[in-house]
Ligand binder design. Structure first.
Ligand code: UD1
Length: 434
């Protein structure tokens, strides 16, 4: 449970943690080298602990000391991912491509993460089949086999992040050349390509929707830094816009945040980009604005809920069009408990902001997904009185310590604890996906 007291402005500098969506596929890539791979700036979040659990289960030795993670994949004994881990974290699906490449087989269940939409994995399966895998699906179990994977033409009708990552992980050690068109272009995919190339892979077209992967015999180890988390940075920008103040975010690449900066400037924030940092100054009286989510470089769906929290506290009528996930408005009902006025119609949400008066008011609310939980924290900072947020296990999946970060900026916020158990005590308790 997190308790937040509104409405004091934020001020100061905070270092942004390493990126969840970058480190998870990087950890899967470590499986492709029969030896040690080391990552620095690794966020100490539940999804990383969960991925370590999977890697350990299949035989890797993982050590996380402070923010340095070493993965020794010299011995890989198993090719299955236990159901509990798959349910706890949708990204475990990217182990499918890595396991096929390393072990020639993979056995798993359908991943978790249904809370924000149906989230099928047809594109992952399609890509792996094109590379020569035989995949059978029965009663929720996925069984994949491939004597040898071979390069092929893969076209994605939609730029799925996870399916692009799976295709890359499977193709990098395949025979011949794979060409992936319609690929997702998220910065985290670029990072995965850069890591694989550092390990000896041959990937071209990085940052475009057409990736060419020339298969190689083997990969070597690497030491690589995980980039700063653009979604965590965007969350803290939203918090500063909602309650005002002057905040400097260190350790994030502003070039990856164009759509976010532009939308947040529309609502009155003054945002300055520097070398590896962003500075925001905001009055605490945001103006209405509009966002339309989409694949990168469009506004990220992961920041849709934090943006909705700002809109709920803004002056005037704001609008959201959610184009990525069909059920990503669950946080609206919780914001309504704080006085927000939100109308949802299909993909669209219309938010009549409460402005400074009457404003949002503190309430007891429940996080039902990772970014929605963080949005409730931002709303709590802008609301009069006390907000109590339950279901914080969702927030811990992706934020190392949101209370530490925001209280270092002067927020009155504390984690009442009780939900930060070890991964084994948490698996299944907080199934989520993104
Ligand atoms: C990743 C991110 C998540 C982000 C999302 C979209 C990680 C760990 N998670 O999730 O934070 O919100 O990208 O930017 O990186 N789809 C299909 N078939 C498939 C795969 C996806 O129809 O086989 C659909 C999904 O239902 C969804 C859309 O494609 O509507 C986007 O999904 P995708 O890009 O695959 O997201 P994830 O990789 O799950």
């Amino acid at each position: 449970m997190i308790e937040v007291q509104g409405t004091s402005p934020l001020s100061g500098t905070v270092k942004i943690q390493g990126s969840k969506n970058a480190v998870l596929p990087m950890m899967a890539a470590a499986l492709l080298h029969e030896g040690i791979t080391v990552f620095t700036n690794v966020p100490r979040i539940q999804d990383v602990f969960c991925m370590m659990g999977i890697l350990r289960f299949i035989g890797c030795v993982c050590r996380l000391e402070d923010h340095v993670l070493s993965i020794d994949a010299t011995r890989v004994l198993r090719a299955e991912i236990p159901e509990g881990y798959m349910k706890a974290m949708r990204s475990s699906i990217m182990m499918l491509g890595a396991l096929l490449a390393r072990q020639g087989r993979a056995l798993t269940r359908y991943p978790g993460g249904c809370l924000i939409g149906s989230r099928p994995i047809d594109l992952h399966i399609k890509a792996l089949r094109a590379l020569g895998a035989e995949i059978t699906e029965e009663k929720g179990t996925i069984c994949a086999r491939a004597e040898r994977l071979r390069g092929a033409e893969i076209h994605f009708p939609y730029p799925s992040v996870g399916a692009t990552e799976n295709a890359l992980l499977a193709a990098v050690l395949a025979d011949g050349t794979a060409r992936i068109t319609g690929a997702a272009k998220e910065p985290e995919i670029q990072e995965l390509c850069l890591l694989l190339n550092q390990m000896g892979g041959k990937i071209q077209g990085i940052g475009t929707d057409c990736l060419t992967v020339e298969g190689v015999e083997s990969l070597s180890g690497a030491v690589r830094q995980v980039p700063g988390d653009r979604i965590v940075a965007g969350t803290y920008l939203a918090a500063a816009l909602a309650c005002g103040g002057k905040v400097q975010l260190e350790g994030v690449d502003p070039r990856h945040m164009g759509a976010v900066v532009s939308a947040f400037e529309d609502c009155g924030g003054h945002i300055k980009a520097g070398e590896g940092c962003l500075a925001v100054s905001a009055s605490g009286k945001p103006e209405a604005f509009e966002i339309v989510t989409g694949p990168y470089p469009d506004f990220p769906t992961d920041l849709q809920s934090p943006a909705m929290a700002v809109m709920a506290a803004a002056n005037g009528k704001s609008r959201i069009v959610e184009n990525v996930f069909e059920n990503r408005y669950r946080t609206a009902a919780e914001l309504e408990k704080m006085g927000a006025d939100i109308r949802i119609c299909g993909k669209e949400a219309l938010i009549a902001g409460k402005g400074p008066e009457p404003g949002l008011c503190g309430a007891r609310v429940t996080a039902s997904d990772l970014r929605g939980g963080a949005a409730l924290v931002a709303a709590g900072l802008a609301a009069k009185g006390t907000t109590v947020i339950d279901g914080c296990c969702h927030i811990h999946r992706g934020y190392e310590d949101i209370c530490r970060d925001l209280s270092s900026l002067g927020a009155r916020i504390r984690d009442e604890g009780g939900e930060k158990g070890s991964i084994s005590s948490r698996i299944g308790e907080c199934a989520g996906g993104i």
